[in-house]
Ligand binder design. Sequence first.
Ligand SMILES: [Zn+2]
Length: 202
Amino acid sequence: MQPGTAAPVIDSAGVEGKIAGIAAIRVHDPVFSEEVFLAQVERIFFAVLEAWTALKPGLSQGVMAPVIWEEQRSQIQSYRAGGRRNPLDGLSLTSANVAGASSDGKVDTLTVRINAASSDYDVDSAGQVVRGSRTVADWTEDWIFQRPATLTTAPVGTIVSQECPSCGARVTVDITTICPFCGAAVISGRFGWLLARIDRVL
Ligand SMILES: [Zn+2]
């Protein structure tokens, strides 16, 4: 089996459900584009996992809904307290596809099927592996993004100056960018979508 083909890239509502959901979103956000959205999700994917592996919850605060961000922060705190890390060696994003979409008039929801690969193990402060394996393996998750249905896609290209959440440098960013000084993802508030839930698929 090839990487990225382990699970179908559509949710239980099927292709028709996704098409209807995108159409419902476009009613109030005519310029919504899956390609533009997914390009931002790719940055967010690495920002969220960088926050996790570097034990720096501040890196992902701007893109996660408060409930899930608090969960991630408290897990990071327990890793810190135990002197452990979960490095995710060899992390790569194989594919990201919109697997489902809906809009109920109050909230827009997009499910992104993520196929990725990394190792999954914990090391203690002495560098000893205390859980998992250093072998890089494929994994699949659904990342569910939500925004109020009053929001629309921000036009790309309006540049603002913003502080990097990792190193504090001033960087220019439209929606997301990579800090030229430290490589961290910098997310402006203009993306609008927040990561509301992560479901492990495989
Ligand atoms: Zn930086």
